[in-house]
Design a protein around this ligand. Structure first.
Ligand SMILES: N[C@@H](CCC(=O)N[C@@H](CS)C(=O)NCC(=O)O)C(=O)O
Length: 213
């Protein structure tokens, strides 16, 4: 399998955590999101992923985009260990938390959105930071509230899941963008436990071959 990704892309990071959790081997092919005007926009890459976003997974004849679709594909092919464990209720909670981050928050803070704000709408750095602060606060305060109901060691109970896969990269992004995290003690407690797990640690952006200082 080949994974096209970028070291500090949250969606790539999710996919790496899932691959590591399932102990699946893959070749990592970096796509630099800033160099050459963004390698994600180059024709050869767009043939694999017409959205011009990372990650993309290639597994033989199968070419897949969307990190959650990639992860569910891996889950279907390699059901154990499962990223969607537990009862229908637990699985529902896991999917809801994963979507809260991957579908509601991340698209608002994505590189192309920040580039559009800056380059086309000509917002100031302070306005762009206000945008990031606002959307992280909206999302993380709701996430914290949801965790009150379902979290224990991890996001949903005591078993690692897809919700955890999505949380780790989103906290990494928040730290990178200077977001204040003191108001989310449950979320940060879960995060601190997650980053200690070896398969999560190995997926960290700083451990990837395309990592930059
Ligand atoms: N929903 C997509 C999001 C993919 C995405 O937004 N990737 C970002 C990096 S995290 C990207 O490639 N950004 C490039 C750009 O905005 O030009 C997924 O989960 O795969």
């Amino acid at each position: 399998m080949e994974l096209y990704g970028y070291w500090r892309s949250s969606a790539s990071y999710r996919t790496r955590i899932a691959l590591n959790f399932k102990e699946l081997d893959y070749n990592y092919l970096p796509v630099h999101l800033l160099k050459d005007g963004g390698q994600q926009h180059q024709r050869a890459y767009r043939q694999l992923n017409p959205n011009g976003l990372v990650p993309t997974l290639v597994d033989g004849q199968v070419i897949l985009h969307q990190s959650l679709a990639i992860i569910e594909y891996l889950e279907d092919k390699h059901p154990e260990p499962s990223l969607l464990p537990g009862s229908p209720r637990q699985r529902g909670a896991i999917r809801a938390l994963a979507l809260d981050l991957a579908s509601e928050l991340q698209p608002l803070i994505n590189l192309r959105v920040q580039q559009y704000l800056k380059q086309e709408l000509e917002v100031t750095d302070a306005q762009k930071q206000a945008w990031l602060d606002h959307w992280f606060a909206e999302s993380f305060s709701a996430f914290e509230k949801n965790l009150e109901e379902v979290a224990d060691t991890y996001c949903v109970g005591d078993t690692f899941s897809l919700a955890d896969v999505c949380l780790v990269p989103q906290v990494f992004s928040a730290q990178r963008f200077g977001i204040k995290l003191d108001d989310y003690p449950i979320l940060m407690g879960v995060y601190e436990r997650l980053v200690e797990l070896p398969f999560v640690a190995a997926a960290h952006p700083s451990k990837q071959p395309d990592a930059e200082a």
